[in-house]
Design a protein around this ligand. Structure first.
Ligand SMILES: Nc1ncnc2c1ncn2[C@@H]1O[C@H](COP(=O)(O)OP(=O)(O)O)[C@@H](O)[C@H]1O
Ligand SMILES: [Mg+2]
Length: 487
């Protein structure tokens, strides 16, 4: 009966009771099939396994060889690769890469599993295969580095032999972070190598001094990746704030950063928390951008309400890559999110706890912004000391409005003959309202003078027309989105 399944390939086509009789050609075919199967099994047994490759490389018995491992969060993959590349380049060190096949969709495994005797792991588990790489962001402007996904690195240096298994985060195999596991042919070597890699990954950290934010990840916050951003270019002239507000913000963030060594030497704490609060459209985000532009060389980690789950990672980055600044914009969004059961606001308290957990003399700024200081006040008041200074960014006063008109006219030719009237009528508007006013006045002027060749000149009337439009009752919604507070 055993051969029946081979001979009658389609049992349905033969009616019941009518057994097909094997013919000589069938038997020959069956024979060939058996031989093929036998040969391929025999060859599979000889195919190198990770165990055999590593045993041959190390040249020592594998039994009881200690495996040393190091782990990093997923976003460190690029740093681990940079560390590995640098370490492998050292003179006198030679290496060979062995890729990996059939390792995904199989759950977690480690170097110890590959070294183990378990035969099923060898026949069905990961096998030596092609080296696969993945491109990871390594800097702003789209810079990337090729990173190994999963590979064995066989290293040789004089009499030393090391085998490293590097694996990146891979949801398919339940790998949440990056790991390097090492075995070597003499005591202490594997530990020394992984420690060297950890140090190099920190020294060569691609996030140091950059502006980064956490992106959304498909598999849990712990493994979300970091995005790079260009550092904005801004000068003090681009930010219109009352002189004392500007001085407060600048001293607390930039001033302390510039004098960190002297302050530290004098035993003063460097960690600082700054809250910018005020109505929408007055320039809180704009101020953040200005501060980021001034802190060249400072590591900036930006978080939003959605990515605040990564606050612990953000703090760990800020701690390792000082001087640094963590920006959390619109914290009120997380302050409103209450836990179903306790009524507490877990994210906000996590943030405050993390702020508290960082060393006092860490050169780290926490910069928070909010439109709703009233929502935050109870939490901040109940945990004093996290925020050292709350700066009220208010609607622009008359002098600020004059400067804003000046700033946003830019190179535009504007007749400012009626400026006083405009300033009188814009009491209570936001900075973004004035920005829009100038843009609108330019559009009105362009409409009035349709010839494309004529240079744009905004008359006092154009400015008034634009202002009338924006203040018109029909534009109530526009005013609202520009942050205008109706009287
Ligand atoms: N104080 C300011 N000085 C210069 N421009 C400002 C100022 N405030 C707002 N603006 C302009 O208005 C835009 C919106 O302001 P934004 O900083 O987003 O307000 P907020 O974060 O307080 O809601 C800014 O991108 C900037 O162009
Ligand atoms: Mg904002």
């Amino acid at each position: 009966m055993a051969y029946r399944s081979f001979i009658s390939t389609s049992p349905d086509s033969t009616s019941a009771g009518e057994e097909p009789r094997p013919e000589l050609s069938d038997i020959r075919r069956y024979g060939r099939m058996l031989v093929r199967r036998f040969v391929s099994q025999a060859r599979a047994a000889e195919r190198p396994t990770f165990r055999s490759v590593i045993a041959e490389h190390l040249g020592v018995p594998l039994a009881d060889l200690p495996v040393v491992d190091e782990h990093w969060p997923a976003y460190e993959h690029v740093n681990v690769q940079a560390a590995l590349d640098a370490w492998l380049e050292a003179p006198g060190r030679r290496h060979r890469l062995v890729g990996m096949a059939d390792y995904r969709h199989r759950g977690p495994f480690g170097l110890a599993d590959l070294l183990g005797q378990d035969g099923s792991m060898h026949h069905h588990g990961p096998r030596p295969g092609n080296v696969t790489r993945t491109s990871m962001p390594s800097g702003p402007a789209g810079r990337t580095r090729e990173c190994l996904r999963a590979a064995l690195v066989l290293v040789e240096e004089g009499p030393d032999r090391i085998a490293l298994l590097l694996r990146g985060a891979d949801p398919e195999s339940e790998m949440r972070g990056v790991s390097v596991e090492a075995v070597a042919n003499r005591d202490g070597l594997a530990t020394a190598v992984t420690a060297a890699l950890r140090q190099l990954a920190l020294d060569l950290n691609v996030y140091r001094g950059q502006v980064v934010s956490f992106g959304h990840s498909t598999f849990g916050e712990r493994s979300s990746l970091l995005r790079f951003h260009e550092r904005p270019a801004m000068t003090a002239d681009d930010l219109i704030l009352p002189a004392d507000t500007f001085a407060d913000v600048r001293r607390q963030v930039v001033g302390v950063a510039r004098n960190s060594d002297r302050l530290r030497a004098a035993g003063q704490h460097l960690k600082r928390g700054l809250l910018l609060y005020g109505p929408p459209g007055v320039g809180k985000t704009h101020t953040v951008r200005y501060l980021v532009s001034q802190l060249v060389g400072t590591t900036i980690v930006e978080l939003t309400g959605e990515t605040l789950g990564a606050i612990r990672d953000a703090c760990s980055i800020a701690r390792s890559l000082q001087p640094s600044m963590i920006v959390v914009e619109d914290v009120d969004l997380i302050a409103q999110e209450r836990d179903h059961y306790s009524g507490q606001t877990p994210l906000l308290f996590t943030l405050l706890n993390e702020m508290d957990g960082l060393d006092e003399d860490a050169d780290v700024v926490f910069l928070l912004t909010t439109n709703r200081a009233d929502l935050l006040e109870p939490a901040l008041a109940s945990r004093p000391g996290r925020v050292d200074q709350a700066v009220h960014v208010d609607l622009p006063d008359r002098e600020s409005r004059r400067r804003l008109v000046e700033l946003y006219r830019g190179r535009l030719d504007v007749d400012l003959g009626g400026l006083d009237d405009v300033l009188d009528r814009t009491d209570g508007v936001t900075a973004s309202f004035l920005k829009e006013l100038l843009r609108r006045a330019a559009v009105v002027a362009a409409d009035r003078e349709p010839s494309a060749d004529a240079a744009l000149t905004v008359s006092a009337d154009d400015l008034t027309t634009a202002l009338d439009e924006l203040l018109d009752t029909r534009n109530q919604m526009t005013r609202a989105v520009l942050g205008f507070r109706e009287a």
